[in-house]
Design a protein around this ligand. Structure first.
Ligand SMILES: Nc1ncnc2c1ncn2[C@@H]1O[C@H](COP(=O)(O)OP(=O)(O)OP(=O)(O)O)[C@@H](O)[C@H]1O
Ligand SMILES: [Mg+2]
Length: 475
């Protein structure tokens, strides 16, 4: 049992060692110790992170500039980032902090005001004042944090910080944000950055993992099971367990592209990525609706987690396609219809292309219930998904399709979907294929057969290679 000190000033209540010892006690022992405390001490213990954190959640030893926490969904990444910021500010180590989230809403709703964010972690006696309109937190000791959204890299040109917390950088649309932020990380004697994220094999994450100045901590969803709401745990584990993507989302492994996926991340997406695009002669919004099909309600296919794929793309005069946005979401029909209409207007769309497979005219009616004027075209998934996706993948291969920024969840689906294994094609990818098929047209029959042949040959070559006897193997 940890030693209880009579002097119960903040941070002096338990020594660091005692706090760490307390954190390793079984829950009943923790409870009986707390029962011996007065209110003031119990409150202090509650906010003493070292008394509750797992080993992987406290500051690692050694010299590093970036502490990269690559961990599964619900591991406690955000909480660890928030507690780290709090401690550095309380100890007077950080006075000008930058907080960067994927979007402005994420910084506010997750990093600052979220259940594991900075305000929730802060004790009443050292709570920062949050002024959302100024994008600023101010602590009682004068330390200041400014919030930034990763989709606005320009806001980071100029400001300097002595500490940074970046959340979910593997899901940022622009990696330039990271470069700008690191440029400004130059105040004080030991500027540091904590990065908390579910992994994804993006250029940025690969670079961070291998950098000498990075300390990498990895962990799985299961490690935090006892602190997760059972519904969250069941939902996320239920969705990903025993799937390829589950190795990334739950176990935090950096996945390679799936062998038989139509898209290769590096050579087909990364190689042609852009941050700016030319004038577009036509823009469409592809929609793959998650329609509740009553006839399917209880079938094995029934997917409670189905998303509606919403992808915006345009075509330039040179015939190249540009993927502008992925606004896919899991929502009620009314909410996704509003999202489609917002995207259509934001990008000055010419048409919405909606898949009518299950919903019949319902999809069009749903969209028109939000805006009657939308130009709408329905498409039917009469041919196999592979047949439709294949020519689009070939356009990528030829460098004719460019992603404007990064679309992490869409790109995960592209690099992981293996059509020949019979997996259902994912929603974001379907919306992308509808949009690009409308813009770039389909290949001629001849081109199509050629492309198919090439792929079959490639697949066969791979099989032959892997079937070759290993030297020094069987006699
Ligand atoms: N050591 C801990 N002790 C108690 N509660 C914890 C601990 N670590 C994390 N938690 C709690 O677990 C929950 C999930 O944590 P958090 O939101 O930080 O996870 P995350 O990895 O960021 O999740 P996501 O993948 O959804 O972003 C939160 O309620 C958080 O406060
Ligand atoms: Mg989080």
């Amino acid at each position: 049992m940890p030693r209880q000190k009579t002097n119960s000033k903040l941070n002096n209540f338990l020594s660091l060692e005692d706090a760490r010892a307390f954190s390793r006690l079984p829950i009943e022992k923790k409870a009986s110790f707390v029962a011996t405390l007065g209110d003031a001490e119990a409150a202090q213990l509650r906010y003493l992170w070292e008394a509750w954190a797992r080993d992987k959640q406290v500051e690692p030893p050694g010299k590093w500039t970036i502490w990269l926490i690559l961990a599964g969904r619900g591991f406690g990444k955000t909480r660890t980032g928030a507690e780290f910021v709090r401690k550095k500010v309380e100890n007077g180590k950080w006075g000008r902090v930058g907080l960067i989230g994927r979007t402005a809403a994420d910084v506010r709703d997750v990093m600052v005001e979220g259940e594991s964010g900075i305000l929730a972690c802060s004790p009443p006696w050292f709570r920062p004042k949050y002024e959302p309109s100024k994008r600023r937190l101010t602590w009682p000791n004068g330390a200041i944090a400014t919030t930034y959204s990763a989709d606005e890299p320009d806001a980071l040109r100029g400001p300097q910080h002595d500490g940074l917390w970046i959340d979910e950088p593997a899901a940022w649309q622009y990696e330039d944000t990271y470069d700008q932020a690191m440029f400004g990380l130059r105040l004080g004697r030991n500027p540091q950055c904590v990065a908390t994220t579910t992994p994804r094999p993006t250029k940025l994450i690969r670079m961070l993992v291998t950098a000498k100045t990075t300390h990498v901590t990895t962990g799985t969803t299961y490690e935090n099971e006892e602190n997760l709401a059972p519904t969250f745990f069941q939902q996320v584990v239920g969705r990903y367990q025993n799937t390829r993507l589950g190795r990334q989302e739950l176990l935090a492994q950096l996945l390679e592209d799936a062998e038989e996926a139509l898209w290769k991340r590096e050579s087909m997406i990364e190689a042609y990525r852009v941050t700016e695009f030319p004038d577009l002669i036509r823009v469409v919004v592809g929609v793959d609706p998650a329609t509740a099909d009553p006839s399917k309600k209880h079938s094995l296919d029934d997917d409670d987690n189905a998303e509606t794929g919403i992808v915006v793309a345009g075509i330039a005069a040179n015939g190249h396609g540009y993927v502008l946005d992925d606004r896919s979401l899991q929502s009620s029909p009314l909410t996704w219809a509003k999202e489609v209409v917002t995207a259509y207007h934001k990008y000055k769309g010419d048409r919405v292309i909606g898949e009518q497979n299950n919903g019949g005219a319902l999809v069009e009616a749903n969209i028109r219930s939000v805006d009657k004027q939308i130009s709408y075209k329905e498409v039917w998934a009469s041919r196999g998904k592979y047949i439709r996706a294949e020519p689009i993948a070939s356009f990528y291969e030829q460098g004719k399709v460019h992603h404007v920024g990064m679309f992490p969840l869409l790109e995960d689906q592209m690099a992981q979907w293996e059509p020949l294994t019979g997996q259902k094609s994912p929603d974001r990818l379907d919306a992308l294929v509808w949009a690009l098929t409308e813009l770039m047209g389909e290949m001629s029959a001849g081109e199509h057969v050629g492309a198919m042949k090439r792929r079959v040959e490639l697949a066969q070559a791979r099989k032959v290679k892997s079937a070759q006897p290993v030297q020094g193997g069987w006699p």
